[in-house]
Design a protein. Structure first.
Length: 127
C-alpha cells in the first residue's frame, strides 16, 4: 500500500515532468547564425525554437543596435510585422517566426527596440 508521502512525490514528479516538457522545445540549441538561416531556408522558419533561450539570455543583450540584431537574425518575418503594435502596444518591434515548437500554435521571438533603435527586451509570443 502506498503511503501519503509516496503519493505526494509521484504527483510532484508528474507536474515537474509536465512543466519541463512544456518548456523543452525552447532550450537545447546554441544560437548559430548560419544554422538559423539554414533552418529558415530548409524548413520555412520552422524548428528554430531550440535557439530561443540562447538568443534571449545570452546573445541578444539590452542596448544592442537594431542593425546588429538584423545582421544576426536576418530580415524579420513579414507576416508578423505589426505584432508588436497589437500585442505589446509598442511600435518598434521586430518578430521572427520560430516554428510551432511542438504545438499547434505559431511561435515568434519578438524584439522590442527603443526610440534610438536599441534593444529594449526580448519576448516570446505564442499565437
Amino acid at each position: 500500500m502506498m503511503s501519503l508521502a509516496h503519493l505526494i512525490i509521484i504527483i510532484l514528479l508528474f507536474f515537474a515532468g509536465v512543466f519541463l516538457l512544456s518548456y523543452a522545445p525552447y532550450y537545447g540549441l546554441k544560437f548559430d547564425p548560419d544554422e538559423w538561416q539554414r533552418r529558415e531556408k530548409l524548413f520555412g522558419d520552422e524548428e528554430r525554437c531550440g535557439m530561443y533561450a540562447d538568443l534571449k539570455y545570452r546573445i541578444l543583450v539590452t542596448g544592442m543596435p537594431k542593425k546588429e540584431v538584423f545582421k544576426l537574425l536576418g530580415t524579420p518575418t513579414s507576416e508578423f510585422k505589426d505584432l508588436g503594435k497589437r500585442v505589446y502596444n509598442h511600435p518598434n518591434t521586430s518578430s521572427y517566426y520560430i516554428g510551432s515548437c511542438g504545438s499547434w500554435d505559431s511561435n515568434t521571438i519578438d524584439i522590442l527596440f527603443d526610440n534610438n533603435d536599441r534593444l529594449l527586451r526580448v519576448e516570446h509570443y505564442q499565437n
